[in-house]
Design a protein. Sequence first.
Length: 290
Amino acid sequence: MRSRIVFIVSSLILITFVFYLTAQDEEKVEEEIRGEYKGVIAEKKPQIELDFDPYETVIPFIGEEEYIYDSQLLSNSEIASSPLPVLASDQIIKPWLKKIVRDYVALFNPVYGYDVRIWKMVITDEKGTEFRSYEGEGAPPRTIYWDGRSNEGVMMNPGIVYIYSGEAYDKLGNISRVVGREIVLKGILYKDKGVWIILLNGNMVFKENSDRITEDGIILLEETADIIRQNFKTKLAIEVYSKNELLSSKRSRVLGGWFLERLIIPKYAVINTAGYEEVIYKSSYIKIVF
């Protein structure tokens, strides 16, 4: 009996001691030290080197334009085995395709000094014929915008090359001439008399002397299809010009079939295709009216 009492008393003392130590630990954890440290910390902070450049953009630059969902997906991809009909549709707008000019063709910044008496800037076609000109007295404007039209308001032909040049006379009669670089367009979008018109460079759409579409041509036509989807009403006219009528007719039929496969055209819509010989420059271009 006495041994049992001793055991019980010892157990109670042990439990009380354990609780006492636990309370002491809790008090130490919650202990707050206040005051100003007078010593010197000799330990050096480690120098951490960044493994990235913080001044670089987060999203990498996209060097080549391509579709997000194309025909070259990985063979083990779930999208490849069961494509999503909406994301894989040809009717999806592709805003990253921007080869066709939608605003100004060129921007010029003529600088001739402060004693200019008269100045003139001329844009000529590949035959040297004046197409568009700007001129004035005194210093020229800091910026000149060219919308692609001639002095008479006719839109440029994307199938030919244009060259710009400028000249200025000072108050003593000295002349300064500048010859610029060539201007070549892949395509241009504009509105004329209420209808939309797209002009494409035929040399970039088709292979030379052929009705086969090039890889760059596919990109231009995809962008053209995007624009048509957003603005189409009831009619679509495709006119193809080249150095002979037979080649133009073949190309126009190819383009007509290409757009029919990729555009949802209402039953009441009318699609006309035609090929013509370009007699002035023997150039190659495509005119799409919608």
